[in-house]
Each structure stands twice: as structure tokens, then as C-alpha cells.
Design a protein around this ligand. Structure first.
Ligand SMILES: Nc1ncnc2c1ncn2[C@@H]1O[C@H](COP(=O)(O)OP(=O)(O)OP(=O)(O)O)[C@@H](O)[C@H]1O
Ligand SMILES: [Mg+2]
Length: 481
């Protein structure tokens, strides 16, 4: 830390324990900060109401004024103050309470000098990047359509609530965990938060924890040193370093191995990144974390898939997106949006877009949507692509929902027992299952007209007939050809 740079920042230390107070003071003064100290809660309260500080270290258990009261008062005077709450009692609930009230971080007691220095170093990093972001802000705001890139539509109270929370939390550095079934819009919310944050001038860095095997995920996240494993022929920074000063989106978090979770927890605690195969500290990073999962994180903890301490760190603010079937009032808006979007993408300039009849909208609202907004989007796109300009789209034009297909397609997509069958058997079963689903949906979409169905599917009629025969989808009311 440069003492000249540090002199720009004011630090207040509030603790009734003289040893801690003076210990922190001498350490931070040596590092060049402008330091004030307070040993009494009531006097500290008077001071923070009058004067704003860049960084405030507050002992959680103070008398006669409680540390959390002091925290609130500091933030009331200056919302940008980075408040660090020192907690004697390492209970997660107490620390979380501090974070919810707006503390920037917490420091469990006892802590070492280097632990304090690491944390203050991160705070300085945040303060200095906020300063440079302030300068750039106007141009970002003026660039127009900036926030339009993330379309987040919905009128249901549940969605509005999620968006309001996202907007509020965007301004802070709090970690957000987004939950919801597949296709409910978790990624859209993550992008929304990033775009509305002071980090929006850098790109959001995203990683899907389910998409990579463990060792690869680890080296993607943490980077590696040359020679760390076969093929590591040069030093490589990981995504945590790439996301320095920005936001890291950890998608499908609960699919991360316990070992990688332990490593990640350390980064969250002290901001220090060690690349795979490295003995030393390779970088200090300031990253904002957003994670997503379609599991219930508490269940994931009790099943041993997610570390409890990591969950608490990453879930300071939880945002839940309810399934689409619980917010049908969002469907007309979303459907019309996807219709307009699809029509525009297919560039039929000058031609009127087709439109949904009220009955078609009612049909969409009625459906169960196991695949949520993504499924609605697919169905609308499919319908629109097959519609003529200016045509009205009636319920009959809308392909059937997956849950209305014949066969055993339930809420889950796999036939029962397939995962425990031997590989070749399982593969056979799954392919047959896919064929049956695909053809049933295809025939309905084509109004059971086999020639039309073959055209849509891009196969010849003989092939389609053969498949229909095999899956017994031929004779029943196939009265078209
Ligand atoms: N409220 C919304 N407004 C507009 N589009 C939305 C909304 N919610 C979701 N979408 C669209 O639906 C699709 C699925 O959303 P998204 O990828 O965010 O879902 P997800 O919850 O991350 O799903 P998964 O768990 O499968 O990754 C995207 O194309 C997205 O643009
Ligand atoms: Mg997603």
C-alpha cells in the first residue's frame, strides 16, 4: 500500500477495547491513513453524525450505543462510507445482520495485523475505483439505451419486487444469490444488477460451474502457473483476476465441487487469489459476486453440495424468481415482446407483424410452462416464424406445450430409470424418448399434415413416416394425406 495514496483516505476506529483501538490506529497511521479513534459509543455517535469518513471500523458490541446503531448513523451521513464491523461473536447471523444494514464487510475478532491490512487494502481499491468510475459516469449514462440491452419485463408483483430489490442492491457491492427454476430469468437479473452497478463500465464475467469438469473449472477460476499440470505451458490468470473491478457471475453454483468452493471462500474472505500450482499470492482482487442456482440453496447445504459458510457469504441478498405459472399476468407482455422481437429479427421490414387473438393470449396464460420464460419465448418464436404478415394467431396456431404431449413426458424431461440403466440402454431409451416427443410436437404444429411436418423438420416424408410407424404415431386421426 502506498502511504501517499492512503493519506487521501480518512479512517475512523470505534472500539471500547483500548488495545484493539490503539493497535489498529498505529498500524493504519504507519500505512499513511488519516486516522481518528473513539472509545465510547455515545461520543462516536455524535461524531459520525457531524463528520463523514471514507472507512469506518466499528466494534459490534459497544455501550451505551450499539455498534449497529453506529453503523446506521455513519451510512446516514455518507452512504458511500465503507463500514467494516468487527465482530467478537463469530455468529454468522450477527455478521449477516451487519451486512444487511449496509456494512461493507465484517472482520471476525481476533484478527491479525495482516488480515486487517488486506481488508483495508481492498477497501482502498474499492474507493479508488469508485473515484475513477465517477468521472466516467456521465458518458455511460448518456450513451442512451444503455439499460435497454437488458430487457426485463413483467407486471406481476413478484417480478416487480425482484426487480426493485435488484435495483437497490445494484448500487452496493453486496453478494447476490439468484434462485428460481430453469428459464425464469436468473441470468437476465444478474445482467441487470451489473448494468446498474458502478462496475458497469467493465464487462460482466460469467462462468457456468456445471459446464466444466472440476480441474478445468478450478484453473478457469483461479488461473494457473506454468507447469501446474500437463499442458500448462505458461502462466495464465483466471476469471477472478479478469473480473477484478467488475462482477463475476457464478452460474449453477451448486454444481461446483466442495474443494473449489473452499478455495473460492478464501478469495471472498481476503480478496487474495492463488493460481493453481502457485505457492504465493498472485493477485488481490476486488470482485462483486452474483451467483445463481435452480436448487434451493438451503437444501443444497443439507445435502452436502454447498458449503454453508460460502452460502452465507454469497447470499447476503437473496433474490428469488417465481416460476412463470405463478405469475400469469406477465405472460401477455412477454408474449407480445417476443412476437415483436422475432418479427424484427426476421427483417420483414414494411410487413405488418402478426398478432395474438385474445383467445390465443388466454391459451398462453392457461399453460403450465415447465420451462418458464424460455419455453414461452421458444413457443412464441416458433409460432411467429410460421405466421403470415398481419395474420391473426389463434390458439390452434400455437404448438402444444411439452406437458400436453402424449407419452410419459412429465415435469422432468427424462424417462424414469434412464440414468440408472447401462449406458447403451439408457442412450437408446433417451433417443427414443426424444424422437417420440419431437414427432408428436411436430405433427401438432403442422396440423397433422405430414408433408408440412416433413418440410418443417427438414426430413423427407418417407423418413418421417418410418419414425411415426416406429412410435405408433401414425394411424390415430392422421387424416390429412
Ligand atoms: N422478465 C423477462 N423479460 C424478458 N425476457 C426474459 C425475462 N425473463 C427471462 N427472459 C428471457 O428468457 C430466457 C431465459 O432467461 P434466463 O437465461 O435468464 O433464465 P435462467 O433462469 O438463467 O435459466 P437457466 O436456469 O436454465 O439457466 C432468456 O432468453 C431471457 O432473455
Ligand atoms: Mg441461466
Amino acid at each position: 500500500m502506498s502511504t501517499a495514496v492512503n493519506a487521501a483516505y480518512s479512517v475512523l476506529i470505534i472500539d471500547d477495547d483500548r488495545t484493539i483501538r490503539e493497535g489498529c490506529r498505529s498500524l493504519l497511521e504507519t500505512d499513511g491513513f488519516r486516522v481518528s479513534v473513539q472509545g465510547r459509543g455515545d461520543e462516536a455517535l455524535e461524531l459520525v453524525k457531524r463528520k463523514s469518513f471514507d472507512i469506518v471500523l466499528i466494534d459490534q458490541h459497544m455501550t451505551p450505543v450499539h455498534g449497529l446503531e453506529l453503523l446506521k448513523a455513519c451510512l446516514m451521513t455518507n452512504r458511500e462510507t465503507l463500514a467494516i464491523v468487527m465482530t467478537g461473536n463469530p455468529s454468522v447471523a450477527a455478521s449477516l445482520e451487519a451486512l444487511r444494514l449496509g456494512a461493507w464487510d465484517y472482520l471476525p475478532k481476533p484478527f491479525s495485523a495482516s488480515h486487517l491490512e488486506v481488508m483495508i487494502g481492498r477497501a482502498v481499491h474499492v474507493l479508488s475505483s469508485a473515484k475513477s468510475a465517477d468521472v466516467e459516469e456521465p458518458s455511460v449514462e448518456n450513451s442512451g439505451g444503455h439499460s435497454d440491452r437488458v430487457t426485463l419485463l413483467g407486471v406481476s408483483p413478484a417480478l416487480r419486487q425482484a426487480v426493485d430489490l435488484a435495483r437497490k442492491v445494484a448500487a452496493t457491492d453486496a453478494s447476490v444469490m439468484i434462485t428460481g427454476e430453469s428459464g425464469t430469468g436468473k441470468e437476465v437479473i444478474a445482467q441487470f444488477i451489473h448494468r446498474h452497478s458502478r462496475r458497469s463500465s467493465s464487462a460482466l464475467v460469467a462462468i457456468n460451474c456445471a459446464a466444466l469438469p472440476e480441474s478445468l473449472l478450478e484453473s478457469e477460476l483461479f488461473g494457473h502457473r506454468r507447469g501446474a499440470f500437463t499442458g500448462a505451458d505458461r502462466d495464465k490468470p483466471g476469471l477472478l483476476e479478469t473480473a477484478n473491478g467488475s462482477t463475476l457471475f457464478l452460474d449453477e453454483l451448486t454444481e461446483m465441487s466442495m474443494q473449489t468452493q473452499a478455495k473460492l471462500l478464501r478469495v471472498l474472505q481476503d480478496g487474495v487469489v492463488r493460481r493453481v500450482g502457485s505457492e504465493r499470492e498472485d493477485a488481490r482482487v476486488d470482485v462483486r459476486f452474483i451467483s445463481a442456482t435452480n436448487r434451493d440453496p438451503r437444501d443444497a447445504v443439507s445435502q452436502g453440495r454447498l458449503r454453508a459458510d460460502l452460502m452465507y457469504r454469497l447470499r447476503v441478498v437473496p433474490i428469488h424468481l417465481p416460476p412463470l405459472r405463478h405469475r400469469p399476468e406477465d405472460i401477455p407482455l412477454l408474449a407480445n415482446h417476443f412476437l415483436a422481437q422475432t418479427w424484427k429479427r426476421h427483417r420483414r421490414a414494411g410487413e405488418d407483424a402478426p398478432f395474438f387473438t385474445p383467445e390465443a393470449v388466454a391459451e398462453l396464460e392457461r399453460r403450465h410452462w415447465p420451462g418458464n420464460v424460455r419455453e414461452l419465448q421458444n413457443v412464441v418464436e416458433h409460432t411467429v416464424v410460421l405466421s403470415a404478415p398481419g395474420a391473426q394467431i389463434t390458439p390452434d396456431d400455437i404448438p402444444p406445450a411439452d406437458d400436453a404431449l402424449p407419452g410419459e413426458v412429465g415435469g422432468d424431461m427424462l424417462p424414469s430409470g434412464v440414468m440408472s440403466a447401462p449406458y447403451h440402454v439408457a442412450k437408446e431409451q433417451l433417443l427414443a424418448h426424444f424422437d417420440r416427443m419431437y414427432i408428436a410436437s411436430l405433427l401438432t404444429r403442422a396440423g397433422r399434415n405430414v408433408s408440412k411436418a416433413a418440410r418443417i423438420a427438414g426430413v423427407d416424408r418417407t423418413t418421417l413416416y418410418r419414425l411415426m410407424e416406429r412410435y405408433d404415431l401414425r394411424r390415430d386421426n392422421d387424416g390429412t394425406e
